[in-house]
Design a protein around this ligand. Structure first.
Ligand code: NAD
Length: 240
């Protein structure tokens, strides 16, 4: 499956893993797009934009509460665990579009959350932020400053946290291997990370059961799931 990098693994010191919703699909968390994706039944513009939030904060909060309950119950799958295990063999940075925290639960130590986290909330006006430890008795919850609290996630049309994004671009530029798992690569700017890596002649591997916008740019495409294929990649490092 990963034969083409077999002779290279000894020289791979820095790995960047770019992940999307697909890596968590086998943990029971639905993706947005692709087969059985959430956007087949929900309208993104009514749930994941700042305008939607101000139009109907109760609806948006209810949707996030349901997703959070599902995410809290989820466990890392062999794909997340294999990425964590790769740290035994190289410096590994995970640049994730996911908001579910499963890479951290699996043991990955450097995880950059490009799109925020579903377990965090922030004020829609002031600088207040906190981690959610229990459910709210009323939605939308209200900040001490009197304004509405919102999930600390990046919605469509919003900028990524700039410190996180700057660091992600640098890591993408400096790695020896980039593994891209479970992302449709349609959401910008996260979908530009493989381009930064390619500019520095990094080997690019895509793991995705379906074709993506950038499949033709990859050095290797594995048409399989993360949980099926990533443990095999780790065993290649083990053997060397
Ligand atoms: P996406 O939904 O656009 O695409 C998912 C991709 O994963 C598809 O290309 C699909 O073919 C692939 N896939 C499905 N099952 C897979 C598997 N088992 N193994 C490997 N690949 C598989 O996801 P995206 O590109 O991450 O979209 C971006 C947005 O979705 C992000 O902003 C992210 O915050 C949000 N999102 C996150 C979660 C999560 O945190 N788990 C869940 C849903 C959506």
């Amino acid at each position: 499956m990963f034969e083409i990098i077999k002779d290279q693994v000894q020289n791979i010191k820095k790995i960047v893993v770019v992940t999307g919703a697909g890596i968590s699909q086998e943990s029971g968390i639905p993706t947005f797009r692709g087969k059985d994706g959430l956007w087949r039944n929900h309208d993104a513009m009514k749930l994941a934009t700042i305008d939607a939030f101000y139009d109907n904060p109760e609806l948006v909060w209810t949707w996030y509460n349901e997703r959070r309950a599902n995410i809290f119950a989820a466990k890392p799958n062999p794909g997340h665990k294999a990425i964590a295990e790769l740290e035994k063999y190289a410096q590994v940075s995970v640049l994730t579009q996911n908001i579910d925290g499963l890479h951290q639960k699996a043991g990955s130590t450097e995880v950059l959350e490009l799109h925020g986290s579903i377990i965090k909330i922030k004020c829609s006006v002031c600088d207040y932020k906190e981690e959610i430890t229990s459910e709210f008795s009323e939605i939308p919850p209200i900040c001490k400053c009197g304004n509405i609290l919102r999930p600390d996630v990046v919605w469509f049309g919003e900028s990524l946290p700039q410190d996180v994004w700057q660091k992600a671009m640098i890591l993408a530029n400096q790695c020896d291997l980039m593994i891209i798992v479970g992302t449709s690569l349609v959401v910008s700017p996260a979908n530009t990370l493989p381009i930064y890596a390619k500019q520095s002649h990094t080997t690019l591997i895509e793991i995705n059961p379906e074709i993506t916008e950038m499949s033709s740019e990859m050095d290797l495409v594995v048409r399989d799931t993360g949980a099926n294929s990533l443990p095999e990649l780790v065993s290649l490092f083990k053997q060397n």
